[in-house]
Design a protein around this ligand. Sequence first.
Ligand code: ACK
Length: 821
Amino acid sequence: MRGSGPRAAGRRRTWGGGGGGGGDIPSTPASLAACYSSPRRAPLWTCLLLCAALRTLLASPSSEVNLLDSRTVMGDLGWIAFPKNGWEEIGEVDENYAPIHTYQVCKVMEQNQNNWLLTSWISNEGASRIFIELKFTLRDCNSLPGGLGTCKETFNMYYFESDDANGRKLKENQYIKIDTIAADESFTELDLGDRVMKLNTEVRDVGPLSKKGFYLAFQDVGACIALVSVRVYYKKCPSVVRHLAIFPDTITGADSSQLLEVSGSCVNHSVTDDPPKMHCSAEGEWLVPIGKCMCKAGYEEKNGTCQAPSPVTNVKRGKIAKNSISLSWQEPDRPNGIILEYEIKYFEKDQETSYTIIKSKEASITAEGLKPASVYVFQIRARTAAGYGVFSRRFEFETTPVFAASSDQSQIPIIAVSVTVGVILLAVVIGFLLSGRRCGYSKAKQDPEEEKMQFHSGHIKLPGVRTYIDPHTYEDPNQAVHEFAKEIEASSITIERVIGAGEFGEVCSGRLKQPGKRELPVAIKTLKVGYSEKQRRDFLGEASIMGQFDHPNIIHLEGVVTKSKPVMIVTEYMENGSLDTFLKKNDGQFTVIQLVGMLRGIAAGMKYLSDMGYVHRDLAARNILINSNLVCKVSDFGLSRVLEDDPEAAYTTRGGKIPIRWTAPEAIAFRKFTSASDVWSYGIVMWEVVSYGERPYWEMTNQDVIKAVEEGYRLPSPMDCPAALYQLMLDCWQKDRNSRPKFDELVNMLDKLIRNPSSLKTLVNTSSRVSTLLAEHGPLGPGAYRSVGEWLEAIKMGRYTEIFMENGYSSMDAVAQVTLE
Ligand code: ACK
């Protein structure tokens, strides 16, 4: 599992040994098999087989822009080899007579090979990070008769930046090495017998580039290689329209973890005070839109554009005779300007090709010259200065028979026409959304008052559970320390080394040997000399809090030294230090179950704290410690000062200091810190863990994070994240704090996942991951969208937009009114 963000996706290619590793190419032609069978014979690697297969694989993702693709170059590539008898090009053509630019070298029997292949100049077209995808085959040295001593199974790739398209250098030392390329799959003679050739794909990236272009070079030092294709590309975030703003094609940043902030421009007939922004990731994905454009007065949003009035919905029939039908209607719900006129289209049922249009300045008409006893279909639309709105749904009325008396039923409301396909569909979709949204556990709605009792005041006693006592309630803080923390003799502590710096002084590791007890490894926090009385009180405040807890997932306090200097807090030693640093150091090294185990431990520790009535306020991976058995323990307790010494904490407009990226919106906005806001932070910790210590919201500013979260956006799923875990994260990030899971529910859920590891196999797939980058995670139902078209598009049912419109479901309000019935 990896970080979801710009950095992580880029990294994955490199660790994975390239973007895909080996793949079999079946049915090697006889000529190719023959050439490989003896490296001594000039290997005529016609590789003909490759061309047809490869050309079908050419399509690159829309976010990738090719700077060079050797497979599509029709003429001479202009590459040069030195020495001349090293790399050689296979002068073959494919079945369409297009050249196959395959280069080979196979001097495995000769000593001291140093064969270079230099490309011609490649413009980077303004991109500062480029990717190189190599497809090649490589012979397994073990399978070579007698060549073992000299044969190699790697080659090297280099680059040289230049503004000059004619500036190719021949000196080796002018080239900078990109990487040594090894094959995931080499092949043997046996493979050739089976006519299976192992094609390797490796991708490397280079950046930041500062010149207009570059040359690539491939160095062979004695391998048997066929370089089948070289594709050089950069990534871009393709132009999109989001929230009525157009975001242009944007080349990704130079750094693999960079998020580029891009401003959008409002579509025609829309405006904004604050231009909307999106962030272009290094992987070419648009992330976290902020802000929106609004249609100008007189325009309404539809399918990403601004059009004129909303449709007429409330049509009543008036006098109906054998040759005429009178109708009246009300102004559209949202005229979006002054209605200049209405256009009425009508036709005899099933004769749609022959229709009549009449215009009326009034909201009523009489259609005349109709056939008796015939059904007519009517549709009406309004026009303002901005143009026509969409037509209303179809209304059907029947003229009377020749001999029937006319009727004036103008006061009788029109009976709704039969339920259309669109409505049924809508009902099904809504039902589906409502029922499918929740899975796993049920989140009992918590009475806010009840919550206050449980979470807000630290002194409400839960049956059978000890309660946390705020050290502030002691007049003398020293009394609190001595009530909850044991005094340790300084002489029983041996300090071994400094392991970090805390706000109050150094953090050291050492050993504790108390009389009658065995020696323990410990961590020792010290209070630096020259401290003030307040600093001493705050420093020891943490011990007063920690000393009240006794749980395997809460850092254990051994005791304090207050009677001599330096003043110290002694805790159990956690070999692997803080969780965020540990995960970054061990990126990609753990199984999903190990990660879930870590999360389970943190949740269990937090359940204990919330049961005690303690609200942490600064739950983050940096404040979790992990030991050599990968047991995670919650640490960093404090009074107000917890947030003071957290480098992540920033001042809010209300003056408090808050670690914005980890904190629930209600805690940021009005300091509503509860166990439910700790649950929000826990969701962020889950994200940090699954993404191996990625920074939440990457380089976005705190202000942008606050705005984006307020607007309903949530962190996207980390790469390769089990869907069940991401769903838990989203649950923790519910805007309504009462809807978030409680810590005991989180522990139960994680236990279930651990007991049933196959439930972790379903990963959030890439396409839905990308769509969640953009999706609003408020209500996932229609309420989250501002137009019917946008909603239907989001649920992949955009093709039904017209049906919805025709049936009068043109606004999200109208959609929201529809019941399953
Ligand atoms: O990431 P680290 O190695 O883990 O660096 C920080 C540093 O001290 C400053 O807080 C480490 N640290 C804090 N408490 C402990 C502990 N109980 N056991 C091991 N390391 C600790 C923390």
